[in-house]
Each structure stands twice: as C-alpha cells, then as structure tokens.
Design a protein around this ligand. Structure first.
Ligand code: ADP
Length: 634
C-alpha cells in the first residue's frame, strides 16, 4: 500500500470517525425524542377526544334524565296514549300543545333532532317531527327496537344506524322510561340524535397531518365494527369490520377490549402507524388516534437524509483534503526516491525542486548537496583515473623505451666486448710481427723505414691500450661480479699497490681517512679507486701531488671523496669528462684514452650511486661518489 493511500485513509478516519459518531448520536437522540413526542401527542389527543365524546353523550344522558322529570310528560303522556288517533279531541289538543311548548324548547337548546314519546306498546304517541308520529318502534329497525325495549327500564343508547328511510344520515336513539303523575310506568322517552356533530368531533384531523385520523369502533362478537366514516375509507361506518386477533387493526381491537395504550402498530389498511388507543366506557366504544409512521417520522427521515447528505459531503471534502495533504507529503518523498533512483543510474546533476520549509524540504536540500558533493568527488575521481591512465600509459611507454634502450645497450656492450676481445689477438700479432721486423731486419732498413716501423708499433700499442680500456668499460656491465660486504679500506689498499712506483717517482702522498664497510663488487671498487687516484696523480700541477680519500655518512648513504691538488677543471667540463672518449688535453700533454671516468660512472651507477666533481682550475679537484651503507659500520 502506498504512503499516499495510507495517509489518505488515516486522515479520512481521523476527520470522519468523530463526525459519524456525533451524527449517529444526534440522529438517534432526535429520533427517540421525536418518537416519544409523537406518541405523547397522540395519547393526549385520544384522551381529549374520548373525554369530549363521553361529555357529549353524558350531556344527552343528562337531557333525557331531565325530560324524565318533566311534569308535562308525566301528565300528558298517558293522555296522548289514551287519545291516540283522536287528534281533534280538545284534551288531546291541549296535551299536545303543552308537550310542544316544552319539548320543542328542549330540542332547540340541546343536540337531538327529535323527541318522541312512546306508549308501552311501542307506538309513537307524540313526536316533534310529524313523520315519526304513530311509528311502531317495537317493529322498527334493530336500533329502534332495542332502544324501546331497553328504554323501558333504564336510560340507554341505541346502536348507530343509517337512516335511509328519512334523512340519509347516521343516527342514534337515546331512550329512558317515562312515568305518569303517580310514578307508574307510562311509556318511553326517545331522543333521535343526528351523529353528524359527533362525527365532526371524532373526525377532526387538526394536528394529524395528511394521514392521521381518529376513529371509533364497537365490539360485535369477535369483530370490531367501525362506527364513523374513515379518512381513508369514507364508506366504512357500520360496514367495515376488523376481526379480533388479526394483525391489521390492532389498535382498535385493543381499544374495544377495554385497553388503553400507545405504540407502533398495523392499522386497518395494513399500514404501519403510530397509534394511541382508549376505551370509552360509557358508550362501550373503543377510540383510536393514529398517524402513518412515514408521516409521523418524516422529520426523522428528513433528518436522516440530511445527516447522510452532510456525511457524504463532509466525507467527500475530507477525502479531497486528506488526499491533497497526503499528496503534498508523499509527492516530495516520491520525488526523493526517484532522485535516488536517478543517482543510482549515474545521473548526478538532478534538481529535486522541493522548496518546502519543513523537514522534507531540509532533507531534499541535504540530498541535493550530497548529490553535488558526490558529483564533485566523482569528477575528481574521474580526473584522477584519467591521470592514472595517462601515467600508466607513459610509464608503459617509458618502460618499453627503457627496455629497448637497455636491450640496445646490452647489444652494444656485447658488440664492444666481442669486438675489442677479438681485436686483441690480431693486434697482438701485428705488434709482435712489428717487433720481429724491427729486431731481425734492423740492419736492412734505412732510417725512414725504421721511423715508419716505430710509428706503426706505437700505433699498435696505443690501439692495444684503447682496446684494453674499452674492454674494461664493456666488462663493467657484462662481467660484473657479485655484491658483498666490503671494507673500502681493503679496496683502497689494493688500488694503491699498482701505484707504488709512480708514487715513489712523483713523491706523491696518498692518504685516507676512516673508510666504511659497504655492500659492493670488490674488484670494481678497486678499479674505481685506481682510476680516480690514477687521474689525481696524472693531472698534477707544479706541486707534489697530495691525494686524500675520505668518507662521510649523509642521508643514509656514504659519500666518498677523492681530493687532489692538481690542475683542476673548468666548471663547463664537469659533466662532459664522465662521457666516454672525452678528454680535455692532447695526448702529448697527458696520456690517456678518455675512458677512465666513463668506467667510474658505470661502476658507481651499477651500485645505485652517483658521481660528480667539484673543482677550481689550478686549485685541485674533488671527485665524489655515493654508495649505500653496508650496514656493518657501527
Ligand atoms: P684520461 O685520463 O685517459 O684522459 P679520463 O676519462 O680518466 O681519461 O679523464 C678524462 C679527462 O678528465 C682527462 O683527460 C682530464 O682532462 C680530466 N681529468 C680527469 N681527472 C682529472 C684530475 N684529477 N684533475 C684534472 N683533470 C682531470
């Protein structure tokens, strides 16, 4: 899972969870309080309506009881019964007039539509409405029959009935026994009551929205008969029935069975409603006030929808915000990782372009600095590698040249050696025969021939010296001995031996200081000292030659010096004299081949040292050479 997705989910969870909790709490609180509120409203409404209905019928009952006490009725009901069918009789007329006077007044102030007086047989002997006069209630409608029968003994209310015969309306009869002046049973007082105002009272839907209603019913056997026209079924009065025990019409079933309550239930239409139900004892009715749940809780549903909508909007906004925050955090990290990958692939001039002021910004700047440093290091490493390569190449070339040089040197040495070695033999022969020629034909030759022979012999001798020296020069490289511990004093002593005669002749003094132990080729060291001492004696000046050999340890190596008081050397020849065949004087002045110092240089170089001269013309020369320490001098 990417960092961006993780951060988005975390931010979303942080922002949404409290909101969801608050919304859910608000919603459930509101829902339960609204439910309680609605149920309380319905209960209050049902109580109020039931009370009004009871009050209404209590009023009717009071009216009929008042009528029972009327003197006019007690006196005139027996007259009307007796003279029924004799309307012309003056007594009848008087009686009717009295009754009209009182009862019409009563009707006008009360709720009944007609007041009838019925004789003990069930015939109407008096009515305000002429259409009821002489009607036989004992053979009339159920309600009429029952009102008459029960009314003989007590105040009673008939069932509601639909009066098709006369006014096409719902009516009810209130009946009560009537007595004569002596208190004996004289008949029944019957009020005809129009149900319209009662229905108005019941059916008032104020405060019940578009689906709510109030209804009344009565228990008939195991059924409930609806007594009023219903809001959703105007023809229901006295026709629609609900069976007790069925799921539908639960509230009215409860009410007619004498129970009161509130709650959610299924109504007569099979719809979910909230209802309050009550029993009206005086009428034996059940009353229900109800409203469809959908409408009652519309506010809850609206709230739920609103909360859901707010949640969705907030969720979407939080999502966008969370995404953009996550993006702003993850983008530089992604850029950093891409940068790292680019560096990994060798691209070092990357610019991340993250100029935030936070930790990530600092990290990216450090990252860029690291890349710049890396680039500088890589560049200098590349340069170094290049230089190393060039040097290696140069070294290779040098090595090759050195190889070639030393090979050609070796070849040259070999050639010089072979040539000088092989030349010695014929030269010896030439010199030998020259000697023989001179000795055996001495007398036969004239002076010029002798002189020529002498020239030839001298030339041969010179050539022998030259070849000897050349051979010595070439032998330094090709026929050198092994190195070993050597006292330089021994080499010096050996070298001196050969100069005994010449030292004696010239009166030269050759002395030496303390000489060290070195690691060297013994015969070459002797030859080196011989050459240097020989030159020092040979190139003496007017003074007797004084030659001193010394040694000094400098920087880990020995510097040996051979100093003389001879003719000295001009500084411009300091280098040249060490080259082969280079001489500063003619042969007539000083004998020599010009090879001696070249041999010295080769010997010293073979021992890893160097040779040089310091001199002033006329004041003598000092030849220096270096040798590595033999290690046994202390
Ligand atoms: P050679 O002695 O055969 O001439 P070298 O190679 O020994 O050849 O010397 C070369 C030259 O250096 C000499 O000819 C001489 O001119 C000069 N030289 C060498 N040694 C000395 C010295 N001790 N004093 C003055 N000049 C010297």
């Amino acid at each position: 899972m990417s960092i961006r997705l993780k951060l988005t989910i975390i931010f979303l969870a942080i922002s949404s969870i409290p909101l969801i909790l608050v919304s859910a709490l608000t919603y459930t609180n509101f829902k339960s309080s609204l439910e309680a509120n609605r149920l309380a409203q319905l209960r209050d409404l049902s109580v109020f309506r039931a009370d009004r209905i009871e009050a209404y019928f209590a009023g009717l009952k009071a009216d009929v009881e008042i009528a029972q006490g009327f003197y006019t009725i007690q006196k005139n009901l027996p007259v009307m019964t007796r003279l029924a069918g004799h309307p012309g009789n003056p007594e009848f007329v008087t009686a009717k007039k009295m009754l009209d006077g009182q009862l019409r007044h009563m009707r006008s102030v009360s709720a009944m539509t007609d007041i009838m007086l019925v004789n003990p047989e069930g015939n109407v002997v008096y009515s305000i409405e002429p259409r009821h006069y002489r009607k036989d209630l004992s053979h009339g409608l159920d309600a009429e029959r029952r009102a008459f029968t029960q009314g003989k003994t007590r105040v009673c209310f008939s069932d509601i009935y639909f009066d098709k015969a006369e006014d096409y309306r719902f009516e009810m009869l209130v009946a009560a026994p009537a007595a004569d002046l002596s208190g004996a049973f004289a008949g029944v007082i019957v009020f005809e009551v129009d149900m319209t105002p009662v229905y108005k009272l019941i059916q008032d839907v104020t405060g019940l929205g578009s689906t709510g209603e109030v209804l009344v019913g009565i228990k008939t056997g195991n059924q409930v008969e609806f007594l009023n026209p219903l809001r959703h079924d105007p023809k229901a009065a006295l026709i629609r029935k609900a069976t007790i025990g069925d799921a539908s019409g639960f509230p009215i079933q409860q009410a007619v069975q004498g129970r009161s309550g509130v709650g959610l239930a299924i109504d007569y239409r099979g719809k979910q409603v909230i209802a309050a139900w009550r029993y009206i004892p005086s009428m034996n009715w059940g009353l229900v006030a109800k409203i469809d749940t959908r409408e009652a809780f519309a506010d809850v549903i609206n709230l739920r929808n609103l909360v859901l909508m707010i949640l969705i909007i907030v969720f979407a906004l939080s999502g966008i915000m969370a995404f953009s925050i996550a993006q702003s955090i993850s983008r530089p990290i992604k850029r950093l990782s891409e940068g790292a990958a680019e560096i990994g692939s060798g691209k070092l001039d990357i610019k991340l372009g993250i100029d935030q002021k936070d930790e990530i910004g600092r990290l990216s700047r450090s990252f860029e600095k690291m890349t710049r440093d890396l680039k500088a290091i890589t560049a200098s490493r590349d340069e170094l590698n290049k230089e190393i390569d060039e040097r290696k190449k140069a070294e290779g070339a040098l090595l090759k040249t050195t190889d070639e040089l030393s090979r050609s040197n070796r070849d040259l040495e070999q050639f010089a050696y072979v040539a000088s070695h092989d030349l010695q033999e014929p030269l010896r022969a030439v010199a030998g025969f020259m000697g023989l020629l001179k000795n055996q034909y001495h007398d036969a030759m004239d002076a010029t021939a002798k002189e020529y022979i002498d020239f030839a012999a001298e030339g041969a001798e010179r050539m022998q010296t030259l070849i000897h020296d050349l051979l010595a020069y070439s032998r330094v490289g090709t026929k050198g001995g092994t190195f070993g511990p050597l006292r330089m004093k021994d080499a010096f002593d050996n070298a001196i031996k050969n100069f005994k005669t010449i030292i004696d002749e010239t009166g030269a003094s050759v002395t030496c200081g303390e000489l060290p132990m070195v690691n060297a080729d013994a015969s070459q060291m002797t030859q080196l000292l011989q050459n240097l001492i020989g030159n020092a004696i040979k190139f003496h000046g007017p003074k007797k030659p004084e030659i001193t050999i010394n040694a000094e340890l400098k920087g880990g190596q020995w510097v040996l010096s051979v100093a003389d008081n001879g003719i000295g050397i001009e500084p411009q020849y300091f280098e040249r004299i060490f080259l082969i065949f280079q001489r500063l004087h003619g042969r007539a002045q000083y004998k020599g081949t010009g090879i001696g110092l070249a041999v010295c240089k080769r010997i010293v170089e073979r021992h890893g040292g160097s040779i040089w001269v310091e001199s002033k013309p006329g004041q003598g020369s000092i030849f220096y050479f270096t040798l590595s320490d033999g290690g046994n001098n202390r």
